[in-house]
Design a protein around this ligand. Sequence first.
Ligand code: ATP
Ligand code: MG
Length: 561
Amino acid sequence: MNNDTPKESSDFIRDIIRDDLAAGKHDGTITRFPPEPNGYLHMGHSKSICLNFGIAAETGGRCHLRFDDTNPMKEEMEYIESIQRDVRWLGFDWGDDLYFTSDYFEQLYGWAEELITAGNAYVDDLSAEEIRAYRGTLTEPGRPSPYRDRPAEENLDLFRRMRAGEFPDGERVLRAKIDMASGNINLRDPVIYRILHADHPRTGDAWCIYPTYDFAHGQSDAIEHITHSLCTLEFEDHRPLYDWLVEHLSVPSAPRQIEFARLNLSSTVLSKRKLLRLVKEGYVNGWDDPRMPTLSGIRRRGVPPAAIRNLIDKVGLAKRDSVVDYALFEYCIREILNFDAQRRMAVLDPLKVVITNYPEGESEELEAVNSPEDPDAGTRMVPFGRELYIERGDFMEDPPKKFFRLAPGREVRLRYAYFITCNEVVKNDAGEVVELRCTYDPATKGGDAPDGRKVKATLHWVSAADAVDAEVRLYDHLFEVENPGADGDFVDDLNPNSLESRSGCKLEPSLAAFAPGEQVQFERLGYFAPDTDSTADAPIFNRIVTLRDTWARIRKQQAQR
Ligand code: ATP
Ligand code: MG
């Protein structure tokens, strides 16, 4: 697959929907994104968000945001708020269509009684372990619970007493009465209500029984007249149950569930349970740590939302699980930022340079191009003076053959400025290089020599007198292996060097005006963005991604194979 060619939005789900609409099955499409508010959204969710909201937009339909809040134990308002912020940031809008499964609790309860009355559900007194043991295995059929044939009136009475709070957690459950011998374990009398004496973030103590995912999800879809209920592959085996419930209840519509492959990314974990552990056990600095694959972490790092949409577009939809190389995500970020981000100069590991033939006390402003990709981005003036900083790594006292940057006696270009020649190396008592004394050629102003002589390197630099001091945070993969947890506990695979914080970095003055949410390319170094903790007095920049394009390299290797 060539990832450079923008493809028509077409895939097996869009084909199905197009056919359904053409066949007149629906007046329009209604999809939904149904997060459980038990954590922050991560990159995996962005696939579902882009798909559901994308299809609604393409077909002139609507996409609901529905909080699947049926488990009061793990759910919090903080998550409900963060999820809305993240979906909006990704570029999607649910309009007035914000729903909560908890708003349907009364209706769902009513449908549960309806099942009981019709002889299609029963209250089971078996314990959770017993239910598991009776359920059988993939090769053995299940056995009926001794309570399976309770009369409807007794079931109804017990279920009402469950609701009234007469029993402790786990003492009884309500099960759909389907088929204990079914080849599909999900149909072996699945639990549809459980007792949980827990306060719910929205319904408080109004309920002490809660519907399971299977009972709540399809019925919520039906209530909202969802036409296509798009979910990940692990729900494929639940579809017969989804359809059974829709069929056996007096629901107002019959949505169609279609499954697609989850997004998996190499060198990271995409599971709220694991991400929660990283947060709770302090391996990272919160859900929005810029190393986290959460949308809030990625946003804080400075990744523009268009880069995520770009990735999801390139990955496409499949019916089989696969792992997407993280390098493809970085490629997608660069593809957006190469055009959108302006260029600036910053020195992360400063080495002082004194231009000995530049008049003391003088300075000037030189014109610099803001973006070679976007002429409309214009130019800016950059201060230049007798004392500058260059990158320590751009100088070697005793350079090997392939090092073309600055060295004693060598001439290089300072970007947008002049050619300089290094004449003297100043060291401290420890023998470390602390300063270079150079001369500049005033005739090379702007970066070219009138006599046509060439230099082999162009360095970035910052005027010492005007530099803004900053902290710069350099990030590497959070995990040091491609598949964290493949052999053992995933936290053992954390990369101990995933964060390198540098203080005393030198920025060109215009960088002080950048705010979180704005991206910039530090010339020759990568794409950066101010952290949310950054202030004008104490700027902090996060490295979003380096300029090195490993994805291009991987593709080249693949092409050669
Ligand atoms: P996690 O495994 O991280 O807990 P989840 O599936 O339990 O995720 P939900 O809040 O239930 O999280 O997910 C909301 C929606 O996002 C669901 O429709 C789910 O299928 C989808 N989703 C979650 N993870 C991914 C993923 N990696 N790729 C694509 N869609 C996903
Ligand atoms: Mg889930």
